[in-house]
Design a binder for this molecule. Sequence first.
Ligand SMILES: *Cc1c(COP(=O)(O)O)cnc(C)c1O
Length: 388
Amino acid sequence: MKHRKLLMIPGPIEFEPQVLRAMSVQTPSHVASNFIEVFGNCLDMMKEVWLAPSGQPFIVSGSGTLAMDMAAANLIENGDNALVISTGYFGNRFKDILDRYGANTTILTANIGDNVALEAIEKELKNKDYKLLTFTHVDISTGVFVDPKSIVSLAKKYNILSVLDGVCSVAGEEIRQEDWGIDVVLTASQKAIGVPPGLALLVASKKAINVWKNRKTQVSNYYADWKNWLPIMKAYQERRPSYFGTPPVNLIVALEKSLKIILKEGIEKRVEKHQKLASAFRLAIEALGLTILPNNTAKAANTLTAIYYPKEIDGSKFSASMLNNDIIIAGGLHPEIKNNYFRVGHMGAISANDIIATLSAIERTLGKLGYIFKLGEGLKVFQNNFSE
Ligand SMILES: *Cc1c(COP(=O)(O)O)cnc(C)c1O
């Protein structure tokens, strides 16, 4: 196909044709028995993907930001202390959301490309009586990866709730919600879950549900209140009809298809595929003499890579030339360095061939813009280092 563009941004991503076809079914009633089955299957499969067998899944119409909003609205009461561990753009958004519900929010912000030191987190937890902490698994603005295990064990040590913004990681990076003891893991459909935008997805632990049940004050956000949604989720889980707000029926049919594809491959294999593609891609980028944002590969995500432009190259020319080569990449998002780097998403249905096409376009673009390097070097390194 001439001029078919490949969408290599970190969400929305390229979707499986089967998932897109599933969306085009004639819209069933939200209380039809076949749709109740589909919705129930989605909730059951979320627990498998999240590895949270006793968690409570929620599927609500909205974007990832609504999932963040839902966690904050239900778990925070006026005056609660909340800690945000920020590795970029969405850490600040979480602070704004928590503040909106009356939290006293402290934000610990990492240097660009780095994590917040565990010692700094522990010092903060010792100092104040926190109710909850939030952190971002993969920061989409920097491509920085945070290892959840160490942060969650601190949260447990100080007996506070942990909320993981997994919008750019669920189904792409390893998450064992129940084993690790994370109270809320949230995401959105258009990232590694592989469904067009429109679904806010989260799984809450028993502890999180209990904290919500024992609130002294009513949840101040009507739409996000678990009081409205929990009976609906329970009904679908038990394959009973119910209604609070009309679910996005076609998107949920597509979600069932995508979750089936993910679980058929197996969540561990799926994560491993992301790791293999990402590590070979990073080596290729390095071979071209380019630098990634994360300080080292242990802090680099497997769902996207953020890459500095070489000094002599103008970012807008770079993106335009990539588009001309039929590859859509994302520009910078972190406000401090927005114009200095670009981002490539490589999650979900993305294959080695897609990465090869992207690398080839990067090489042609760099060449055209006068950057000095050995043509073909990135492609060579990728192919030497990637094995299925
Ligand atoms: C994409 C993203 C969000 C926001 O999701 P929307 O669906 O755009 O609201 C939040 N956090 C992270 C880490 C993301 O990658």
